[in-house]
Design a protein around this ligand. Structure first.
Ligand code: SF4
Length: 321
């Protein structure tokens, strides 16, 4: 099956700090890829690079093909035309993403006008009703300012803006941060419904750090550490049989009734991106590291079942937690 979005060897650097290092993945129609990892692991930077939003002195390299076009090679004007129309962003923190002095309807119409797709005046009311209705909002929200809406409603307006031009790919950067648990689930359901409504089923990349929430939303999980995609695979397989010790520890850190209110963290700190340790960047924290781990960085290896992992000893992952 041809991928909607094919990312190959993505690199993002800020001076000596490599924020994203050799990230590759393919996103297919109907797929929801969850990118998880600790803060600073490169998840959000990956998404911003794909949107062409890394500003100098940041440097981006690699390739990201959408509709046969390499997003990373596009001139700024061409990238502006792709944004929202073919690849859209649901930003982190809807509180700050919307313009506080414009009504939500005016912001939606501005977006359409910028892409030469403004609905005719006579059809505008019905169009607005449809766009807001698809994300579970009533038409009167169009006349409201962002400060008149709850956090969950603002995030739905952001989803309405991201889907208004029916893009092929939606990148959602921690869209549920700062929302309570019930609203988090509602927002993710809205995102899933919005995806089903996209032509051809669309594809979503969701950035987050909550493995539990990801398990309920994603069809594929990609685990990031120190700018690398260290493991990627179908959500069920990855939870049933994690092959990277870091993935194993992330799953073990999920609270459960059996853990009787005791939370298990991952000892140690994420490495400096300016000065990462030699070999596998996880080796100072890895409970199953061997001598080679401090010397050689493991390659991105594809198993016979198609799952990928960056670890010298994937068979030891079960002993990590
Ligand atoms: Fe641990 Fe070595 Fe695998 Fe890195 S390569 S995760 S240090 S076992």
């Amino acid at each position: 099956m041809t991928a909607l979005l094919d990312v190959a060897g993505l690199e993002v650097a800020f001076g000596r700090a490599k924020a994203v290092h050799g990230v590759s993945f393919a996103l297919h129609a109907g797929e929801r890829l969850g990118l998880v990892g600790e803060s600073g692991s490169g998840k959000s930077t990956t998404v911003l690079a794909l949107m062409g939003l890394i500003r100098p002195p940041g440097r981006v390299a690699g390739a990201a093909s959408l509709d046969g076009v390499d997003l990373l090679a596009l001139a700024p004007a061409a990238m502006r035309r792709m944004r929202a129309a073919r690849i859209a962003l649901v930003p982190q923190g809807a509180m700050n993403a919307l313009n506080p002095v414009l009504t939500c309807g005016a912001q939606l119409l501005d977006l359409m006008e910028a892409h030469g797709a403004l609905p005719p005046r006579t059809a505008r009311h019905g169009w607005m009703e449809g766009v807001l209705g698809r994300v579970g909002l009533v038409p009167s929200v169009a006349r409201m300012f962002p400060h008149q809406l709850s956090g969950g409603m603002k995030q739905r307006v952001c989803i309405a803006m991201a889907t208004a031009l029916r893009p092929a790919v939606i990148l959602a950067d921690e869209p549920t941060s700062a929302l309570d648990v019930v609203v988090q689930r509602q927002v993710l359901r809205t995102l899933r419904d919005a995806q089903a409504d996209l032509p051809g089923g669309g594809g979503i990349v969701l950035v987050g750090h909550d493995m539990g929430l990801m398990a309920q939303f994603a069809t594929t999980i990609g685990v990031m550490y120190a700018g690398r995609l260290v493991e990627i695979g179908p959500v069920r397989d990855l939870f049933a049989d994690p092959r990277h010790p870091y993935t194993r520890l992330l799953i073990a850190s999920l609270p459960s009734f059996a853990s009787r209110h005791r939370f298990r963290g991952i000892p140690g700190l994420a490495p400096s991106l300016r000065d990462p340790p030699p070999g596998c960047p996880f080796h100072p924290r890895c409970p199953v590291a061997g001598p080679v781990c401090a010397v050689d960085e493991p390659a991105d290896t594809v198993a016979t079942d198609g799952r990928r992992v960056r670890c010298h000893y994937p068979e030891r992952a079960a002993d990590a937690a």
